[in-house]
Each structure stands twice: as structure tokens, then as C-alpha cells.
Design a protein around this ligand. Structure first.
Ligand code: MN
Length: 204
């Protein structure tokens, strides 16, 4: 595994291919308050790109173009948060979304454990170390442990998607999953507009 660090935007020679795994690190869980610091990407080749966002300009036109490209599948774990953050800070419209957490909820109905660590353990038989989850992602120089943790969050998403796709197919839930993935930008927009806790579909 190699980890490449980029500042500001992806390099001009970055080739997304047909799908990328993507994750973000921020200073907290409230998009309007907690700034985007890092965007991690893997094309599924076992390597990771870490993009340190310019927190003065929040301009990353090459990344933003890939996010908007409907020909590239964007594989997230809990897309709702990342899509909101990417829209709020980069102005990005993310198209062609896949979310391993939604897929897991739709097929792994025998458990309520849908964290990335749980999925990777059960579906891939790998034990992940989540020790650096809470750390200062705004640091200009990231530690080796932070880089490794950040990379780990995108390295298994392609394999998870492959397993979850089989399970969705088996349970006849591929179409409902697709509809849920397509709704993520709307769900993220509701979060940014102030409907993060309130369910607009709820009766009471
Ligand atoms: Mn992460």
C-alpha cells in the first residue's frame, strides 16, 4: 500500500477510472461548524490518495469535477455526511453515489452493527484499528498514524461494495438500494438546511 499526499487538489494526472472510494475527515460532526480538512480517495488498486484541502479557499476543481461526473461511482461509508460536507465546503454536487452503510442496513438485518469496522470484520475477515478516529485533522503536518488511519477508511470500500452487491442481489434489494443512494444528495441538503434531526417523512 502506498499513500500519496496532495495539497489543495488532486494532481492533474489523477485518473479516477470507473469508481473511487472516498471519505472525508473534518474537525467534528457539524458540517456548518466543523471544517473539512482531508479527502481520502482510492481507485481500488490498494493505494490511497490523501488530499489536504486548502482551508482558506476551499477550491478543488479537479476533485469537484470527479464528484460531479456521473460516469464515476463514488463509494462512501455513510455518504450522507461526506456528501453534505463536500457540498458545503467545495460546492460539490456528488453524482453516482454508493453507500456501504445504507447497503449494509438493507441486507444485514440480523444485526444493528453497521460501522465500517464491523463490516470489514464480518465481510472481509479483517480487524481494523480505529484509534486515530478522533484526532486533529486540521494539523498542517499529519502524523504517520493519522495518514495510515485516513487511508484505511477508503482501502476496503471496493471489496465491501462487491460483497454487499451480492447480498443486495440475493435479497432482491438492489433497486431499493439504488433509489436510496440516489436520494443521498437530497438527504444531505436537508441536513444542511436544518432538517438533520427532524424526519420530513415522519407522521409525528
Ligand atoms: Mn474517515
Amino acid at each position: 500500500m502506498t499513500i500519496k499526499l496532495h495539497r489543495g487538489d488532486l494532481p492533474a494526472d489523477f485518473v479516477a477510472g470507473s469508481s473511487i472510494a472516498i471519505d472525508t475527515e473534518t474537525l467534528g460532526l457539524k458540517p456548518a461548524r466543523d471544517k473539512l480538512c482531508l479527502v481520502q480517495i482510492s481507485t481500488g488498486d490498494g493505494n490511497a490518495h490523501l488530499l489536504q484541502v486548502d482551508r482558506a479557499t476551499f477550491r478543488a476543481p479537479r476533485l469537484t469535477a470527479i464528484l460531479a461526473d456521473p460516469a464515476v461511482i463514488k463509494i462512501f461509508h455513510f455518504a450522507r455526511f461526506d456528501v453534505a460536507v463536500l457540498k458545503h465546503y467545495l460546492g460539490a454536487e456528488t453524482r453516482n453515489i454508493y453507500c456501504t452503510k445504507i447497503a449494509s442496513r438493507l441486507v444485514r438485518t440480523y444485526t444493528d452493527r453497521h460501522g465500517l469496522k464491523d463490516l470489514v470484520r464480518e465481510l472481509l475477515g479483517i480487524e481494523l484499528d480505529k484509534l486515530q478516529q478522533s484526532s486533529d485533522w486540521g494539523a498542517h503536518i499529519l502524523t504517520e498514524a493519522q495518514k495510515k488511519y485516513a487511508a484505511t477508511d477508503v482501502l476496503y470500500l471496493h471489496e465491501l461494495k462487491a460483497r454487499l452487491d451480492q447480498m443486495l442481489e440475493r435479497e432482491g434489494r438492489t433497486e431499493i438500494a439504488k433509489a436510496c443512494f440516489d436520494f443521498v444528495p437530497t438527504r444531505a441538503a436537508l441536513d444542511l438546511l436544518g432538517w438533520s434531526e427532524e424526519d420530513v417523512f415522519a407522521h409525528a
